[in-house]
Write a protein that binds this ligand. Structure first.
Ligand SMILES: C[S@@+](CC[C@H](N)C(=O)[O-])C[C@H]1O[C@@H](n2cnc3c(N)ncnc32)[C@H](O)[C@@H]1O
Length: 346
């Protein structure tokens, strides 16, 4: 399938009060200009919000509920369309604090609308384009957390992507997203909670004599300066040996930096089609940890240019942070909005 380019952006919004009350209507909402008054990084609605015209069932949000809560509200905006023109058109330069995203990996994954089989050269040239748009949108102290994986027969993609981004960003941290890990009791020794061998998390088994199962992906943390201070203890872990809390001057509380190996398992699901209708998602916990590591107090606006099923939006909802996301595929876009709305209503 060809890559779909949309000039107009259908926009859907969810408003929340901090981390709690939902202020958008419980049903589907057409874009509500009232949200624009909050000035969370976008200029104006594209006048041609027309791609949803064939969906007359979408109701209007109740503008009263927006107005009555304005001031303390947080808005999550979902845009249907290509992120490159979308960011340039709708995101005010320098306003985004955190970008958490996972672009297509150019591994031939079968998405609905996006063609993941373009040549590597074309893919890398496109990577530069979206990264430049993202950089313009980011504040000088902003963070881009770029999740990317590979496959055994094509292990270079993450490194090739990192390399083309080298002239654009500083690579401040490299984090490994560990999806599954086996820990042997004998390697751990006498370690309280671990009483036997454990093998935890989910992975896609590979039937091969030469490749091992692929149980991790990268999260590249790019910044403009390489010198952005982080809230390391926001995703810290308690000391195993509590005597360290007193011994180490830096240890003011029972937390240490987690480091760059993050075990984040997928939730167990019964039906992929019904519960995760997308071939390449990350769990909401991943963007949640990225936002926390950047610093929740500094994260006023989060962007995901490649929204998929909206897991970054869900992370933002859970933390009461404003969000803007783009998705080129209408099926994923609708599902992202539906899931976020359902999360907001729980
Ligand atoms: C790896 S997936 C992201 C999944 C997402 N992190 C999640 O957890 O659901 C990449 C997504 O980017 C979308 N995409 C591809 N090109 C795009 C573009 N130019 N603008 C916006 N979205 C695009 C694809 O349709 C796909 O859903």
């Amino acid at each position: 399938m060809k890559r779909t380019m949309l000039d107009n952006f259908l926009r859907r919004s969810i408003g929340i009060l901090g981390t709690a009350g939902v202020i958008s209507g419980p049903g589907d909402c057409e874009p509500n200009l009232g949200f624009g008054q909050l000035n969370l990084g976008f200029d104006e609605l594209d006048p041609g919000v027309s791609t949803g015209e064939s969906k007359p069932e979408r109701a209007k949000c109740n503008p009263q509920s927006v107005e009555s809560n304005s001031g303390s509200d947080v808005v999550l905006d979902f845009f249907l369309g290509d992120c490159i023109p979308g960011i340039k058109k709708l995101v005010k330069p320098g306003t985004v604090d955190v970008v958490v995203t996972s672009p297509p990996y150019n591994l031939g994954i079968e998405y609905g609308a996006y063609d993941d089989t373009v040549s590597r050269d074309e893919y890398l040239a496109w990577t530069i384009k979206w990264a430049e748009a993202v950089k313009d949108a980011m504040s000088d102290e902003g963070s881009l957390f770029l999740n990317i994986g590979s496959k055994p027969t094509d292990p270079w993609v993450p490194f090739e992507v990192a390399e083309v981004l080298r002239p654009i960003f500083e690579l401040q941290n490299v984090i490994h997203w560990v999806k599954s890990i086996a820990v042997a009791k004998e390697d751990v020794g006498d370690y309280g909670a671990i009483v036997s061998d454990v093998a935890i998390g989910h992975y896609k088994p590979i039937n091969s004599r030469r490749f091992v199962n692929d149980c991790h992906e990268y999260i590249f943390h790019f910044t403009k300066s390489g010198n952005v201070s982080l809230d390391r203890l926001a995703v810290g872990v308690p000391y195993q040996d509590k005597s360290n809390v007193k011994r180490w001057k830096a240890a003011k509380e029972d937390l240490r930096c987690r480091g760059n190996t993050w075990f984040i398992p997928y939730e167990t699901i019964q039906s992929r089609i019904k519960e995760r209708p997308h071939p390449a998602t990350f769990p909401p916990r991943l963007p949640e940890m990225c936002i926390q590591l950047h610093g929740l107090d500094k994260a006023k606006l989060v962007l995901d240019p490649f929204m998929g099923l909206g897991n970054t939006a869900i992370a933002c909802l859970r933390q009461g942070v404003a969000f803007m996301g783009f998705e080129i595929d209408e099926v994923y876009f609708d599902e992202a909005y539906r899931r976020a709305k359902s999360e907001a209503n729980t």
